[in-house]
Design a protein. Structure first.
Length: 232
């Protein structure tokens, strides 16, 4: 991980999506950054990372009339030549994988390849289609994924790799490689890298104010203080 990415992650890791949204407003980005509210986590969690992008397009066909072992052989060819994952080889610690799958109902990521991403250091995955299957295992493995829906379907005959490390559109937001992505139960927000440090500055101030106010309310209620109201 390079020094600038490490610095950005340190600035954003304490922040909630709501704080980052406020920080974006303070910098004049009122109508930018928040992904469509239909993109939801497969379980309640939080992730912060640096955008690594890839784009997939619908497969144009034709679909071969194959069955059984003939289909097995063709499927292997498909994964090796059509629905490839070259971006996975480049994953670095701190990456947040942003996959534009053109809204296709397809399980591009599943329990095995998502776990491979985690092993390489990916912090989370967001996609604008199904993009995820094997969700029971993904939840068990603590793979943070945000998507429109869950898909049962494999890649073949449905999707093909197009590009990597390019701007993509997910949930109505342009995601550029190197942008900061923050995601939690409130959804996903993308922070343009050029203003990320300033956004973090004002987002952090909002978080501090929130903690201070709620800490006082906890004390009034006689509640034990928790992590959401403690610290700077």
């Amino acid at each position: 991980m390079n020094a600038e990415n490490k610095e950005l992650l340190a600035l954003f890791e304490p922040l909630r999506v709501a704080d980052v949204r406020d920080g974006m407003d303070w910098m004049g980005y009122h109508h930018y950054g928040t992904m469509d509210h239909g993109i939801r986590p497969i379980y309640r969690t939080k992730a912060v990372g640096i955008a690594r992008t890839a784009r997939y397009l619908p497969f144009e066909g034709p679909v071969p009339n194959l069955r059984g072992e003939e289909y097995t052989k063709w499927s292997g060819w498909y994964y090796g030549n059509v629905a490839t994952y070259p971006w996975m080889e480049e994953i670095e610690e701190g990456d947040f994988i942003a996959l534009d799958v053109s809204g296709v109902d397809v399980g591009l990521m599943g329990s095995a390849n998502a776990l491979s991403c985690k092993i390489k250091g990916a912090r989370g995955i967001v996609t604008n289609g199904g993009g995820i299957r094997d969700t029971d295992e993904c939840i068990l493995q603590k793979i943070p994924v945000w998507s429109y829906f869950v898909s049962q379907k494999m890649d073949q005959c449905r999707i093909r790799f197009a590009e990597k490390n390019v701007p993509v559109a997910i949930g109505g937001v342009a995601v550029y490689p190197g942008d900061v992505i923050v995601a939690d139960g409130d959804g996903v927000i993308v922070v343009p890298r050029a203003v990320a440090k300033d956004v973090a500055k004002f987002a952090s101030r909002e978080l501090r104010n929130d903690k201070k106010d709620r800490r006082g309310m906890y004390e009034t209620l006689g509640w034990e203080l928790d992590d959401t109201v403690q610290g700077d």
